[in-house]
Design a protein around this ligand. Structure first.
Ligand code: AHM
Ligand code: MG
Length: 334
């Protein structure tokens, strides 16, 4: 990864600060990978909190011990990295500016430290998702409002998946590349340059148990997928749902498919289930850079103007033609 980033720097696609910032994030992901890999032996499974009281995060969800630990690892590594003006995490109410006592830089880092954490205790892949923005000119102590930039403003985005192997998938706006952690050596090795999502697919990912809560366009879209070759889509579809966005998106980047977490009547008041700044935007940039598409169903994801740090949105991303089909159903029903 170091060599790849140095080549990108030489080609003028990245500066030294951003390169080093990505290296710090990658190092933190290695530490998280070690903690996740220890499983029950590390004493890190189960819920955070003490005296039987669950610890609840800003999203109103019970935190796992590994959620808290991963957040601490990323905060500590990056707060002292010297390339940031501020950080924001899915697990914290507000963003944190880099203090005067710490080395400071010009970037803003957002992350979901451990996505899919309901899967930790059952030994299924989880991951870290991150997004890098520029700190607006003239701002030395960024507040939440300075992070509210559309996804098109991201200068880098990536995720690390802690699965059978640990992989970091990265974009700096020039393609999407995958690195596999060599556990013996401790380095991320470039294993796939220029990931490309097949344009067409026969595979969709959605939590089907929410079907009765969906809006009409989603009902119609999935209804037609399920009819298979006898229906208007004219082909049979397969379904996969890991319930770890990182794992589902990684499969789609590798072999195609569409991932969706649509609006449903349970999450409508919040705007959706997944978070724009920590999940939807970084994944959308990675997917677009691999030739795919990403939408809320009604708008290109990367053009959504954020109104809140923890804002939620409906998500459709993956194989371009299939995302466009899902968007068509929304337009036809609106
Ligand atoms: P988390 O950030 O609290 O882990 O929640 C996000 C996860 C995604 O990884 C995944 O796609 C989705 O929630 C699964 O939701 P559900 O349990 O409703 O299927
Ligand atoms: Mg998450």
């Amino acid at each position: 990864m170091t060599r790849h980033l140095l080549e990108e720097q030489r080609a003028g696609r990245i500066n030294a600060d951003l390169r080093l910032l990505i290296e710090v994030v990658a190092r933190a992901c290695k530490s998280i990978s070690i903690a996740v890999g220890k499983g029950a032996l590390g004493g890190v499974l189960g819920d955070a909190g003490s005296d039987g009281e669950a610890s609840i995060n800003v999203q109103g969800e019970a935190q796992k011990k590994l959620d808290v630990l991963s957040n601490e690892i990323l905060m500590e590594a990056n707060a002292w990295g010297g390339h940031l003006a501020g950080l924001a995490s899915e697990e914290m109410d507000h963003s944190v500016p880099i203090s005067d006592a710490q080395p400071r830089g010009n970037y803003l880092l957002l992350f979901d430290p451990l996505d899919g954490s309901s899967n930790i205790d059952v030994n299924i892949s989880v991951g870290t998702i991150f997004s890098v923005l520029r700190c607006p000119d003239g701002v030395t102590t960024p507040g939440d409002e300075h992070f509210l930039q559309p996804g098109t403003a991201q200068v880098a985005a990536g995720y690390c998946t802690y699965g059978p192997s640990t992989m970091l998938v990265l974009t700096i706006g020039h393609g999407t590349h995958a690195f596999t952690l060599d556990r013996e050596i401790g380095s991320f090795v470039l294993t796939q340059r220029g990931m490309t999502i097949p344009e067409e697919t026969r595979e969709f990912a959605v939590n089907m148990s929410n079907q009765r809560f969906w809006e009409a366009p989603m009902q119609a879209y999935v209804g037609d997928l399920l009819q298979g070759r006898e229906g208007p889509r004219g082909k049979d579809f397969n379904m996969r749902w890991v319930a770890s966005m990182v794992a589902d998106v990684h499969r789609i980047l590798t072999r195609g498919g569409i991932f969706s977490y649509p609006l449903d009547s349970k999450c409508a008041a919040k705007g959706g289930k997944l978070r724009l700044m920590y999940e939807a935007n970084p994944m959308s940039l990675l997917v677009e850079q691999a030739g795919g598409a990403a939408s809320t169903g009604r708008q290109r994801m990367l053009e959504v103007r954020p109104t809140g740090l923890h804002q939620r949105v409906p998500v459709f991303l993956g194989s371009r033609a299939e995302v466009e089909a899902a968007v068509r159903y929304h337009h036809e029903h609106d």
